[in-house]
Design a protein around this ligand. Sequence first.
Ligand SMILES: [Zn+2]
Length: 586
Amino acid sequence: MILGRVWIFSERLAELQDTKANSTETYMAEKNRIRFIMTFLWVRNKITQFFDMVPCSPSRLKTFENETNHLYLGITIKSGIVMKRKCNIWLIFPFVVSLMALGCKPESNTEIRIIVAGIRHESNSFMPYLTTADDFILLRDSAITMDPPWARFLIDEGVEIIPTLIAGSGPSGIVSKAAYESFRDEILEAFRNAGPVDGVFLDMHGALHVEEYPDAQLDFIQEIRKIVGKEILVAASFDLHGNISPGFMEGLNIISAYRTAPHVDGEETQLRTVKLLLEALRKNYQPVVAHLNIPILIPGEKGVTSAEPVKSFYKRLPVISGMEGILDASIFIGMPWTDVYRAGMSVQVVAQDKEYLSLARQQAESLANDIWDQRGNLQFDVKAASIDDAIEMAMASKDSTVFITDSGDNITAGAAGDGTLVLERLLEHQVSDAVLAGIYDPEAVDQCIKAGEGARLQVAVGGKIDYVYSRPLSITGTVASLPAQVPGSETPDAVLEVDGVTLVLLSDHRAFTHPDHFQAVGIDPLAHKIVVVKEGYLFQGLRDIAPRAIMALTPGFANQTLENLEYHQVRRPIFPLDPDMTWSVN
Ligand SMILES: [Zn+2]
């Protein structure tokens, strides 16, 4: 049976400690205050030693009591942190009386308060499209906290979450200054109005690039620090395709990036990050990040985490994270289609406190050097070929279905998604049974809607955003369907039968990365010989069903052959643009 709990408070200690030597009051008054402090500290230390207490949170203490049906003594050592010890009510009583007599007051049941914000975007600077505020989905208030596992965890732990704004958009061209500043300013205003907070959680992608800002993420954290100060812990979770600068990392206490590509651990990474933040708050850590940029620029397709040597590098992260004094470790593959100085690979190791920073640096350096040594082995994990060779291999294949990725026009890397080269080549090869999912062209979809299901029409598709590597292609086909029930899409798409090709024309800029996306437009991909999607590596949902995959090395704003792109801002020298360069951490 639970007898009840007793709370003893020491929050006055901090107030008293602030009033020492520089006081203008008399010597005696000062002496009495110091005596009071000394007595207080002595009593607190004796209690701690006597009961062999350990720190925990008030909510943990409550849970512990409920589970064990025992009474625990809790002494507040910091807002949100208590020392706990299983004890007997009669042992506690004298301490309660004596400390109450010394002027202690009951606890105000203060919870840990964590403020949450985020700007998530993967910005492709080669794509001639300016991403505006209208392209973002904005989450505010309960929309931020009602669903994700990280929020449920914090709520269960008794943490007060202060949601502000999480702005997120699919990968595309760089973000407009107006859009970024409107998100940033809304977040900063919410921070100013939030009152005192214990910690900050930022939900980021890491490859944000904004027009007129050399490093918008650095600007973002610097503005946040101006409000919350240097002492408040800031934790951030990332996609491993982020481009991370040292200055940005300096503003953060805890960071954690995905450990899988194709990504299957987004929620897990967010959860790991907030768990580390809460642990640091409860244990009174002041974590610091050891960060290193590695001069390697590779497409994500050479950084698949299930393929060697990348697999082995990522395997080391949990081992490093398990070391004493280390909280977490990350490897960023980077985003090579953002022409910025910070683009490329980087590693981070989070030290629990400054005293473990040298160990964190040592681990980061070891990881960085080993990655550098293996740079020549960072290769595609699937067969890569020209589009013509890919189509011929697929047609000749004994596999029932072959997936071909149109990697240069990879929507998931922010490319246009309206390139027509692959469609042109499929028709040229007179394939008899292919699906192309899809080409982004709202105007062509409108023409199909006006023509209606079953109608035959001539329409010029694609080549409107990607007018650099592509051109509109005039085709004649029959409107097979106008599927409307596509998740995330407000207008219908159009499925057009063009000779042997089933072409999906998309009303919004999105990729087919999962079998559900095909089901939504009424297509069974495995019922066709060739399935073309506009991505680089095949996402996990499609990997799971694909009998075979070939990556077509097509031109576009996500060209896999980086040497073919014109870079102006990336650091030089950098591998593989400067293949003969040498480098080491020291
Ligand atoms: Zn990613």
